[in-house]
Design a protein around this ligand. Structure first.
Ligand SMILES: Nc1nc2c(ncn2[C@@H]2O[C@H](COP(=O)(O)OP(=O)(O)OP(=O)(O)O)[C@@H](O)[C@H]2O)c(=O)[nH]1
Ligand SMILES: [Mg+2]
Length: 202
């Protein structure tokens, strides 16, 4: 399937414990403003399914989007949009709230298959991104890095950006997807990847 993912908003929660049960889920994680909600909209080919904003901090809750069930695939297959981390203007309290909300979810959620970790393809990995990668490796949570906003990187800088990002994250070329929600670059491939992860094999 490389057409739009048939996603619909299911529910929001401020704590992982409040979430209903799911079959399987993939979560979108990354710094504030990196383009998580925009990517989700691009995957669904919908403009306003998830709220986006120029100002960091658009997403405040755990927002669940469910793939439409089919004859062969059950309900309860989720793509989960999370609030971003690393926004400098956020208060210490808010940062702590993020930590307990997101970290609790990422550590404990049994039906969480894997994470899409979004990194700004123009800016490259920030210190907070590097810490997140290290932490995901530490807790043993499977993740795939998705570099966003590649439309902002001119062709002459693309290769250097690529090498820099891979070196910093200690990843191989095949480990990273390069996308632009705005220009539609890499979206079809990512749809296939997400749909594959959300399709139970047994
Ligand atoms: N040029 C360009 N801008 C993008 C792209 N994707 C997102 N943006 C812009 O980046 C800004 C942030 O996008 P969001 O999708 O709201 O980011 P987010 O990661 O969900 O942010 P939080 O919810 O605050 O964590 C918006 O102004 C988007 O229009 C892209 O592919 N290209
Ligand atoms: Mg968002």
């Amino acid at each position: 399937m490389s057409g739009p993912l048939p996603l619909r908003f299911l529910c929001s929660a401020s704590k992982a414990e409040q979430l209903p049960a799911s079959e399987i889920e993939v979560a979108v994680v990354g710094r504030s403003n990196v383009g998580k909600s925009s990517l989700l909209n691009a995957l669904a080919n919908r403009k306003d399914l998830a709220r986006t904003s120029k100002t960091p901090g658009a997403t405040r809750l755990i927002n669940v989007f469910e793939l439409r069930p089919t004859d062969t695939a059950p309900a309860g297959r989720w793509l989960v949009d999370l609030p971003g981390y690393g926004y400098a203007k956020v208060s210490e309290n808010e940062r702590r709230r993020w930590q307990s909300m997101i970290e609790g979810y990422l550590i404990d959620r049994e039906t969480l298959h894997s994470v899409l970790l979004l990194v700004d393809g123009e800016i490259g990995p920030t210190k907070a991104d590097l810490q997140t990668v290290e932490w995901l490796r530490h807790i043993g949570r499977d993740f795939r890095v998705v570099a966003t906003k590649v439309d902002k990187v001119g062709p002459s800088r693309r290769e250097t950006r690529r090498r820099d990002l891979l070196a910093k994250l200690e990843l191989a070329r095949a480990d990273v997807s390069w996308v632009s929600a705005n220009a539609g670059i890499g979206i079809a491939e990512l749809r296939v990847l997400v749909a594959g992860r959300l399709t139970p094999t047994d």
